[in-house]
Write a protein that binds this ligand. Structure first.
Ligand SMILES: Nc1ncnc2c1ncn2[C@@H]1O[C@H](COP(=O)(O)OP(=O)(O)OP(=O)(O)O)[C@@H](O)[C@H]1O
Ligand SMILES: [Mg+2]
Length: 412
């Protein structure tokens, strides 16, 4: 039997009547500033959120912590696990600090069982961990197949919308995102967030790529520890914590990740080449862009690099595709070449044109303000940035030569 509570015949209703329904767009705080920030305030009742991520990244941890907070806040919560046992789920709740109020735990992988329990337990917030392990036995295909995942998610969403439940679906993705599950769900759900991070690092990032209740692009940043996930303090500067100041070849660029400024370090090492062909080894930057910038340096500034190997890297595993990083890359290369450090208070923001001219980057003001918050007091930027930012000396430069001179990078 299919549990179906939605009226079979659609009917028109008045938007003003709907707007007064108690669950209309009510948002529940997750208890985490970073989680709330990425979702524009919290989790919305009557909505469906997909949290995707690689195995072991911390999806169950994130959602368990949220349910514990919500239960403590008086909300009725249900954790549906289709891949772990009751003691495992209960153990995680207690290991992560526990909830003073109880959380319902349902171990089930049959869709109908889950539907029935949603209707009888009457939760406000439900986590289904994971959607790929739930299946409808009336379908021929196996759990995790595109058909099953789509059917199960659609039917659970129907109930969530009708009953005003905040439904959070966990979806596994592999590194290349090929697994059928989450990708086919993206258009079915209201919010899609991916939980990312490096296995070797404790940093975790929640990246919202679709959100029907607010803007997308804000990131949530966390640190994974023994006690679970904690909001990352000073997230803007997380990639600079191991930076050694005063090193030749190191520059700082305020990158934009979504709508958030992240300060990143660009490192260059320029050494005499030992082979006939000079080597260009690049990590975290686009090789074609780097080759273009090196050509500009040779042609417009007269920097001789044909007999030099150039190694470039962005620290913290960050990938920069933003052309506003050009100036930081060029300054890092020249700084290494002349073996002279750039003053540690400087950030570089500017796109470099083929003629060596500097184009003003988008969101320059936001980038400089955030850099100032972390102690940087000088921004080398394009001439078209006309605003003043309190506390920061903004040096406007029209071309690469002027930028290098302002950073005291003289050569020859
Ligand atoms: N007993 C424990 N003590 C400390 N940390 C733990 C413990 N168990 C798990 N962890 C941490 O939690 C991480 C796994 O988190 P979690 O189970 O939330 O991931 P997941 O994304 O739900 O994984 P899966 O895809 O297997 O369901 C581990 O990598 C580990 O860092
Ligand atoms: Mg899990």
């Amino acid at each position: 039997m299919r549990v179906r509570r939605i009226a079979n015949r659609p009917s028109v209703c008045d938007s003003q009547d709907l707007g007064s329904k108690p669950f209309a767009l009510e948002t529940i705080s997750t208890g985490s500033f970073e989680f709330d920030r990425s979702l524009g305030g919290g989790v919305t009742l009557g909505s469906v959120t997909l949290i995707g991520g690689e195995p072991g990244i911390g999806k169950s941890t994130l959602l368990t912590q949220f349910l514990a907070t919500a239960a403590n806040g008086g909300h009725r919560c249900l954790y549906v696990s289709a891949e772990e046992s009751q003691p495992q789920v209960a153990g995680r709740i207690s290991r992560l600090g526990g909830a003073d109020s109880s959380i319902g735990i349902l171990i089930a992988n049959e869709l109908e069982d889950i539907e029935e329990q949603l209707l009888s337990y009457k939760p406000e917030i439900v986590v289904v961990d994971s959607i790929q392990t739930v299946s409808d036995s009336s379908l021929a295909s196996s759990a995790g197949s595109v058909n099953q995942v789509r059917e199960c998610a659609t039917r659970l969403s129907d109930i969530a919308k009708f009953e005003g439940i905040a439904l959070l679906l966990v979806g596994h993705v592999t590194k290349d995102g090929t697994l059928a599950g989450p990708r086919v769900l993206e258009h079915l759900v209201d919010t899609v967030a991916y939980f990312e991070g490096d296995r070797d690092s404790t940093l975790r990032i929640l990246r919202v790529i679709k959100h029907r209740f607010g803007p997308v692009g804000d990131l949530g940043m966390f640190e994974m520890g023994d006690a679970g996930l904690a909001d990352l303090e000073n997230a803007t500067g997380v990639h600079l914590v191991d930076r050694v100041e005063g090193q030749p070849g190191s520059t700082v660029f305020p990158a934009l990740d979504g709508r958030r400024v992240m300060l990143t370090e660009v490192q260059a090492l320029v050494v005499p080449t030992a082979s006939e062909q000079p080597r260009r080894v690049v990590t975290g930057l686009e090789m074609s862009r780097v080759l273009l910038l090196l050509a500009v340096l040779e042609k417009k500034i007269g920097v001789r690099l044909h007999n030099k190997d150039v190694f470039l890297s962005v620290t913290g595993g960050v990938r920069l595709s933003d052309p506003a990083a050009d100036l930081a890359v060029i300054a890092a290369v020249v700084s290494s070449l002349v073996d002279r450090p750039v003053a540690p208070s400087i950030v570089f923001i500017g796109e470099v044109g083929l003629g060596g001219e500097i184009r003003t980057a988008s969101n320059t003001r936001q980038r400089i303000s955030e850099a100032y918050r972390l102690g940087f007091t000088m921004g080398i930027v394009g001439v078209n940035f006309v605003e003043d930012v309190a506390g920061v000396s903004t040096v406007r430069v029209k071309d690469v030569r002027a930028a290098l001179a302002e950073a005291s990078l003289h050569f020859r």
